[in-house]
Write a protein that binds this ligand. Structure first.
Ligand SMILES: [Zn+2]
Length: 455
């Protein structure tokens, strides 16, 4: 059984709440059987054309994964081969991932969690639990994503699969991951990476907390005057407390907390950035999410935040819509208020960071562009498309903020497409969602336009 501290991380925001602990073995969950049947429709392995003629039935079968990599399945038995072909042709959603002492965990949407470690690859789904000697579709998929990430040209890559799901290549995925920051990989794949340092609770862990083998008593978990810390310690040590908290956290509450924390991060990012531009002072805690204060880092963090909000609107629907609206409007207002050279009027006599021009120090310009940019009516628009994804009722209380921001953006000479689309949205909200504008509105939770990574 894995350390309770590791499992406690799953209480953290940023994913769906698991109903079973990851250590539950040999208890197939009938609910994920349907998922398997749904996706195991096509059996179209092509015969290898490379002349590997063999009488063995599975020999010479190759499969082209969605990543572009061609895999040889000759070492897989029929059942494992079927898992591979389902996994490699599927598109799963990684809700979050994290590095741990024993390897890497990838939490997929709808509960399966894949662990990639140096000694084993495991998954919490029923397919794997009922046949733990071979990889399930989720393991094949995660390892393919990582293999493709590290391969310079996936479409020319060929590899032979092992029954544990790994391509037979060196170095292996976890060895490559050890040489980079998981955050960097997750960023590019648009997966959310959980960081231990992000939560102040993990800084002050006692030895007993880090080493659950040490004996503890309920009394030793009590932190005088700090109920939150006490409950945290109890949950780390006591399985029954942990599972009570899991049961007590409805997904609506998790969604609200997620978007609240995201707003806190955005506020901190922007206030750190403003202070840095004005005084040159960098934040003390650079391990905080968005601790970087360089202009391009801030732009990137804001883009990442919007993309996370969008994926979490879809993942958490029907919950969290109000929190998502708050977060998006917060970002919109803050960018609209920053149509200026961020170094203007600074106290430390700085004229530029790296010799860039003033447009390159203007968040409004960098994120929205300027009015001479040609945009088509239904192009993806940063931030605006995310607002359009929302259920219109969740923007009801934001109508004044949206209207004021629209006026500000008109003064800022934002690109016309932004003004037109935001204007249409304001009118739609004003009318309570019954507008004659004919604007195409995706349903809440619809991830339309969000089909990332379809390469
Ligand atoms: Zn699985």
């Amino acid at each position: 059984m894995s350390a309770p501290t590791r499992q406690f991380h799953r209480l953290s925001i940023g994913h769906n709440m698991p109903e079973t602990r990851s250590s539950t073995r040999g208890r197939p969950d009938p609910s994920d059987e349907s998922e398997r049947e749904d996706s195991s429709v096509e059996e179209s392995e092509v015969e290898s054309e490379e002349g590997e003629s063999s009488d063995d039935e599975p020999a010479g079968k190759t499969i082209l994964a969605r990543s572009g990599i061609t895999y040889d399945m000759k070492n897989l038995d029929d059942e494992t081969g079927a898992n591979a072909s389902v996994g490699l042709r599927s598109q799963f959603e990684v809700v979050n991932c994290r590095a741990s002492d024993s390897g890497y965990d990838f939490q997929l949407l709808d509960r399966p969690q894949v662990h990639v470690g140096s000694d084993s690859t495991t998954c919490t789904c029923s397919t794997f639990q009922s046949r733990p000697q071979a990889a399930c579709q989720h393991i094949f998929w995660v390892l393919d994503q990582l293999h493709a990430y590290f391969h310079p040209t996936p479409s020319t890559a060929r590899a032979t699969l092992s029954s544990d799901g790994r391509p037979q290549v060196r170095p292996r995925a976890e060895e490559l991951l050890a040489s980079v920051r998981l955050e960097a990989v997750a960023d590019r794949l648009q997966w959310q990476c959980l960081r231990d340092e992000g939560n102040g609770h993990y800084h002050g862990m006692t030895r007993a907390e880090k080493n659950p083998g040490l004996k503890y008593t309920a009394e030793s978990c009590v932190v005088q005057g700090d109920l939150e810390a006490t409950i945290f310690r109890l949950a780390v040590h006591d399985d029954s407390v942990f599972s009570s908290i899991c049961k007590a956290m409805p997904s609506g509450a998790c969604a609200a907390i997620y978007f609240q924390k995201l707003q806190d991060q955005i506020r901190r990012l922007l206030s750190d950035f403003d202070r840095y531009c004005a005084t040159g002072e960098r934040p003390a805690d650079t391990s905080s999410p968005g601790g970087g204060v360089e202009v391009e880092e801030v732009v990137h963090q804001l883009q990442l935040a919007v993309s996370r909000i969008r994926s979490n609107i879809a993942i958490r629907s029907p919950h969290g819509s109000d929190g998502a609206a708050d977060a998006l409007v917060l970002i919109l207002e803050n960018i609209a208020a920053r149509n200026k050279d961020c170094l203007s009027g600074n106290e430390w006599g700085r004229e530029s960071f790296h010799g860039e021009d003033e447009d390159q120090r203007n968040l409004h310009h960098l994120l929205f562009g300027s009015d001479d940019v040609e945009l088509k009516a239904d192009d993806e628009l940063f931030l605006i498309s995310a607002l359009e994804d929302l259920n219109i009722s969740s923007l009801g209380s934001k109508v004044d903020a949206l209207r004021n921001t629209l006026s500000k953006m008109e003064v800022n000479r934002a690109p016309k497409a932004y003004l037109i689309r935001l204007g249409a949205l304001v009118r739609l909200v004003e009318s309570g969602g019954i507008s004659g504008s004919g604007q195409k509105r995706p349903a809440a939770g619809n991830s339309g336009g969000f089909s990332k990574r379809s390469r």
